[in-house]
Design a protein around this ligand. Structure first.
Ligand SMILES: Cc1ncc(COP(=O)(O)O)c(C=O)c1O
Length: 370
């Protein structure tokens, strides 16, 4: 990964690092562009990307549709749904805002959104279990929350949701590519993830998994048809009802490169590796008097931690100038680890934060916490 030769990339919860494979993929795309048959090459790339994602989550390729982003996937999952008395859409305050907007959009069609979790955006599996009622029609669960990396027990939530006759939508953006994700083990009906974070590709493409055929098209595009090049208004097929048209081609090439890197990894080992690194980072932060939000139980954590910092953007910019890329969000600096991360990366980060604190006005730290 060339970028890693010059930087310490601890930000895959926000953006993938640049890899040599991605560089080669984008160069190949430009070569294809200069040759006849570009669209055929592009369609093949999209199919390859769908196959790689299907393999990653234990699905069939025809259950996977390419969409531009997670928000569109959420919209597609409820498009055309008829909400009757069973109309509650259970989401949480830890939902990624774009996905939450899709659920709020569902209210125009008669759904009622209920939020579980605290006002400050923390949610537990128990909050979801308590929120499910006989009126719940759909439960939307982030596999790992985007800010605090809380890993929810999707399997238990899906069991409870199904027992109440509800369907389950999982946002696996902060999970797929860095920890094992299996749609059958989770028991979800829909799952979305995008290519520009732990999947090591570019932003601009997301995948929607759908367990059962969707009742009707809302944003189906021409590439979702069985014969994309015919001009008759033939309807699209199955999961492809949900596609949205010409995909982000560069993102498709990069997605294949990124997911091919992941396909050769044992994600159980990657998980153990990332948890060891997070434990190490937590210990260092505690010794330094920093406050980090990270769940004590490894089973209940994703692959990043949230370091509390009221001026998160300032700290991230300062680190960035020193070649350490982290992901600020609100009042936290997120530190994300992946298969390529090392103990040296964490040590370098801690050392840099020590220097940052030493040069800033002395401040009282609240003491470390997990
Ligand atoms: C959990 C989660 N869901 C979704 C997204 C992205 O949503 P969208 O593709 O709609 O912008 C992100 C990050 O950007 C995320 O962290």
């Amino acid at each position: 990964m060339p970028e890693l030769a010059h930087t310490i990339h601890l930000a895959a919860c926000s953006i993938s690092p640049r890899s040599l494979d991605m560089d080669h993929a984008l160069a190949a795309m430009l070569d294809d562009l200069a040759r006849p048959g570009f669209w055929a090459a592009c369609e093949e790339k999209v199919l390859q990307a769908r196959r790689l994602f299907a393999d990653l989550i234990g699905a069939d390729v025809d259950q996977i549709t390419v969409v531009p982003n997670a928000r569109t996937a959420a919209h597609q999952a409820i498009a055309g749904r008829r909400w009757r008395w069973k109309r509650t859409l259970l989401s949480s305050t830890a939902e990624f805002p774009g996905v939450a907007h899709a659920w709020l959009g569902g209210q125009q069609g008669g759904a009622r959104v209920r939020w579980c979790g605290t006002d400050t955006g923390q949610v537990t599996t128990a909050d979801y279990l308590r929120g499910i009622t006989s009126r719940t029609a759909l439960v939307s669960v982030p596999a790992v929350t985007y800010r605090d990396a809380i890993r929810l027990d999707v399997t238990r939530i899906a069991e409870a949701a199904h027992a109440a006759g509800a369907t389950v939508f999982v946002d696996a953006y902060q999970a797929a590519g860095v920890l094992p994700v299996n749609v059958d083990a989770m028991g979800c009906d829909y799952l979305v993830s995008g290519t520009g974070k732990y999947l090591l590709g570019l932003p601009g493409m997301a995948f929607l998994y759908e367990r059962h055929p969707h009742p009707g098209p809302s944003l189906a595009g021409r590439l979702d048809r069985t014969h994309p090049h015919t001009l008759d208004p033939e309807p699209p097929q199955r999961a492809s009802w949900m596609g949205t048209g010409t995909p982000a081609v560069a993102a498709a090439y990069a997605a294949v490169a990124g997911m091919s890197l992941i396909a050769v990894l044992d994600l159980n080992e990657v998980r153990q590796h990332t948890q060891r690194l997070l434990d190490h980072a937590t210990d260092c932060f505690e010794q330094m008097g920093e406050t980090a939000r990270v769940h004590a139980e490894p089973d209940e954590r994703g692959a990043h931690l949230a370091l509390m910092e009221p001026r998160a953007e300032d700290l991230a910019a300062w680190l960035g100038h020193r070649g350490i890329i982290v992901a600020p969000r609100g009042d936290v600096v997120r530190v994300a680890v992946h298969a390529y991360s090392t103990v040296d990366d964490i040590n370098a980060l801690c050392e840099a934060i020590r220097k940052y604190r030493a040069r800033s006005t002395p401040r009282a730290h609240a003491g470390g916490s997990r």
